[in-house]
Write a protein that binds this ligand. Structure first.
Ligand SMILES: [Zn+2]
Ligand SMILES: [Zn+2]
Length: 787
């Protein structure tokens, strides 16, 4: 100490922005300052953390160096501002109370999976947290889902009602402890607890547990989970309250249980996600690459889309007609305990189905009361806890491509992490689209993308949108000056935007937003070729677009090519019944008269229905024109006999992709008509597919040839645009590019041809990414106006 004291001293103020609250930053800085014998203080502010540090120049340099190169694992430093201030001859380093500043905002951490240290503690019979499902520390645990306001302190979370016991309080106050200022800190003596209740379906005397019931089970969580495990083991369906909402669980190898869950949840063939105990189990069911492994085990713990091993003995009802499966690892101690008491003990099952606790398309259920009412027809048992969930968040869904994680549904573990856009933004709200809805707020250089809200097709989902908007505006101190919205007049998000008391409202074309979203996350400026392939988007001509080639920058776009328009008989009915679109394509290619032999339509659809839809197409009744590529995939799937009816959009296309035979290189022909905009004409392909069907060509081969044709068409149209515009950058966006067969080949062939290809990674390629693109476009337009 004496030696450093004699050196000349300086004092610096360091303002740090990024995810620095609730991630163990203050104890880290405290310990670092202590070890370097530096004086000063640290405090949480509404914009991040402020540190003042005093001591010899060299030690301060070393302090800054460590801060930059090895911050705590969950911290994400986005900006560091330095300022020299006057010496105060301080002798100690201290942690000071949080400070609120006007209009400032901090980055709130997403929820984080249990860390290794906590993992060991709750699995260790000698530890006081043995078997405790709510074990957490500053390096892990709930965040976004329990935070009601900033600065992040226990009193502004749903943990406020739990009073820490003496042991927990001591940890909380000790800067050297892993639980120093761990706001959700808890133990079996003082924290949340579990109650297991049978559904009223089976037991009319069962009741929703009251506060006293939770107090009574305070110290017996382990026994409660064991009981739930036994129920799962014998095929029961259990609603489990988790981090961002309730999940419905059953044994993934018990086909009867899985089928029952599907039947009770009603309506949809949507794939269920599964949770496996550990990586070794996942590898028994699926092919896992090195990149997959990293994403699976990351503290975000998303659902990963993986290729299912054909020999796996999981119930086929988990993901009907799909050769991929969504898999995640346990992310809270509670999930882990559903498999076994400790890491050394064997599990009663290899994997559990874990699907969102909701009915059909309603938002995921979060409160015990909601679950008790809404999930009664589905669950046999309820595993409740008494830590309230403040923000709903579904599990996120990702896959890897080209060695990099790509988000398909961005929610728990990712939200509300800001996306750095690399350029200053106005304060905006972008209201998104309709399906897979998200919205986006912008501030400084950042986009704050909401969690996946769902399909805005019912009142409950609209409420979820509004409650999340209110919350994110509060957390980020956002006061949007303008709003961006989709051009579709019937989208609820559009109607909501138009009802806001804001002067400036900017309508954005759907596919322009897709491309701008891809540009924004890749920090692209200037013009690009944008290929936007999806199911539905409202065009500037009032038609339904979806097979679009744009030349776009962030302000404007030109539509340079698209799939030829065809009638969409019955609008939304054609989305649920892909055979209608198949008929539309057949009539387009072959004209009126007898349907060509070979097409599978007549085998799956009654002639009478075909006659009705035929008339609709011929007379253009309820048949708006569409250039949708999603509908082209539907049509081909129905033509070859895969899914003439579906329960969710994309289902037929997934079946078609799953059928594609690997290693096929040939393709069908197509034609590009050189008008403005260019017309992509696939009639020659439809004729050839029918010919192949007549010859009895295997569906897998037809599917591969079809995909190859779409790839070739994309490359050819891009080449023509490049010739006219000298553009080589191509952005691929839209839900159709979730098709891996299509994506892989398109990227490979464009790349081979000298194009520079940009894809999504941070925002979803589907409509979940639309709001980001809308924000980027509105921002560019407003900036231009201000110049
Ligand atoms: Zn931890
Ligand atoms: Zn305690």
């Amino acid at each position: 100490m004496a030696a450093t004291r004699s050196l000349p001293r300086i004092r610096k103020r360091i303002s740090i922005r990024g995810v620095v609250q609730g991630v163990g930053f203050r104890p880290f800085v405290y310990n670092l300052a202590q070890s370097l014998e530096l004086a000063g203080f640290i405090l949480n502010s509404s914009s991040g953390v402020t540190v003042e540090i005093e001591g010899p120049d060299g030690a301060i340099e070393q302090f800054l160096q460590t801060l930059r190169t090895s911050p705590p694992p969950l911290a994400q430093i986005m900006e560091i501002a330095l300022e020299e201030v006057s010496l105060q001859n301080a002798s100690e380093f201290s942690i000071q109370p949080s400070r609120e500043e006007e209009n400032a905002f901090a980055f709130v951490s997403p929820d984080v999976a249990a860390c290794d240290d906590c993992w060991h503690e709750f699995g260790d019979p000698a530890n006081r947290r043995y078997g405790y499902p709510f074990t957490n520390c500053t390096n892990c645990g709930p965040r976004y889902t329990i935070i009601q306001d900033i600065p992040y302190d226990r009193l502004t979370t749903t943990m406020a009602s739990f009073r820490m016991c003496e042991l927990c309080q001591a940890e909380y106050e000790d800067p050297k402890d892993r639980r120093f200022h761990a706001q959700p800190n808890a133990c079996p003596a003082c924290g949340p607890s579990l109650v297991l209740v049978e559904s009223r379906q089976h037991n009319r005397d069962a009741h929703l547990p009251a506060a006293a019931d939770f107090r009574a089970t305070q110290r017996s969580s382990l026994a409660t989970v064991q009981r739930a495990r036994d129920l799962l083991h014998v095929g029961r369906l259990v609603a489990v309250k988790g981090l961002g909402g309730f999940l419905l669980a059953c044994d993934a190898q018990n086909d009867a249980a899985v089928r029952q869950l599907r039947q009770r949840k009603r309506r949809s063939d949507k794939p269920f996600a599964i949770m496996a105990r550990d990586l070794a189990e996942v590898e028994k069911f699926c092919t896992v690459t090195a990149a997959d492994r990293i994403a699976l085990e990351s503290p975000r713990r998303p659902i990963m889309i993986l290729e299912r091993r054909p020999e796996s003995n999981l119930s086929r009802s988990i993901a009907p007609g799909n050769d991929s499966i969504g898999v995640m690892l346990p992310y809270t101690p509670l999930h882990y305990l559903l498999f076994s008491d400790s890491p050394t003990e064997s599990s009663q099952f290899a994997a559990l189905v874990m699907t969102s606790g909701n009915l059909s398309e309603e938002p995921i259920v979060i409160s015990n009361e909601e679950a008790w009412q809404q999930l009664e027809p589905v669950a046999d048992w309820f595993l409740f806890h008494n830590r309230d969930i403040y923000m709903r968040a579904d599990d996120s869904v990702v896959r890897t491509f080209d060695g990099r994680e790509r988000v398909l549904r961005r929610s728990r573990g990712y939200v509300p992490q800001a996306i750095d856009l690399g350029a200053p933004m106005q304060d905006l709200l972008a209201c998104g689209a309709e399906l897979k809805h998200t919205f986006c707020l912008t501030k400084d250089h950042y986009a704050i993308l909401s969690q996946h809200i769902g399909d805005l097709e019912n009142y409950e989902t609209l409420c979820f949108f509004q409650e999340t908007l209110a919350n994110l505006k509060k957390l980020f101190r956002a006061k949007p000056q303008a709003v961006a919205y989709d051009l579709h007049p019937n989208y609820r998000s559009t109607q909501f935007a138009l009802s806001l008391p804001l002067e400036r409202k900017i309508g954005v074309q759907h596919h322009h937003a897709h491309i701008a979203s891809c540009m924004a996350e890749n920090h692209l400026q200037g013009k690009v070729i944008g290929v936007a392939f999806d199911g539905t988007g409202y065009g500037t001509d009032g038609k339904i677009w979806g097979g679009e080639f744009l030349v776009a920058d962030l302000e404007t776009f030109e539509r340079r090519a698209h799939l030829r328009y065809l009638p969409l008989p019955g609008g939304d009915a054609a989305v649920r019944q892909p055979w209608r679109m198949a008929l539309s394509y057949l009539r387009d290619a072959f004209g009126a008269g007898r349907l060509p032999a070979g097409s599978q339509l007549l085998q799956h659809v009654p002639e009478k229905q075909i006659a009705i839809v035929d008339a609709m197409i011929a007379r253009r009744i309820h048949s708006i024109e569409t250039s949708s590529s999603g509908r082209l995939f539907d049509a081909v799937a129905a033509l070859v006999g895969l899914g003439s009816e579906v329960t969710f959009e994309g289902q037929a296309a997934i079946a078609l992709e799953s059928a594609a035979q690997p290693g096929v290189e040939d393709r069908y022909t197509f034609h590009v008509e050189d008008v403005e905009p260019m017309q992509l004409d696939v009639r020659p392909m439809i004729e050839a597919i029918v010919r192949d069907l007549t010859r009895g060509t295997p569906v897998g081969l037809i599917s591969a040839r079809f995909h190859n044709t779409v790839v070739a068409a994309i490359v050819e149209v891009c080449q023509r645009i490049r010739q006219q515009e000298q553009l080589t950058r191509v952005c691929l966006s839209g839900g159709v590019f979730q098709n891996m067969y299509l994506l892989k080949r398109t990227v490979k062939d464009l790349d081979k041809d000298g194009f520079q290809v940009f894809l999504h990674a941070l925002a979803p390629p589907n409509d979940g990414g639309i709001s980001l693109g809308q924000a980027a476009i509105a921002n560019a337009i407003l900036r231009r106006e201000q110049e």
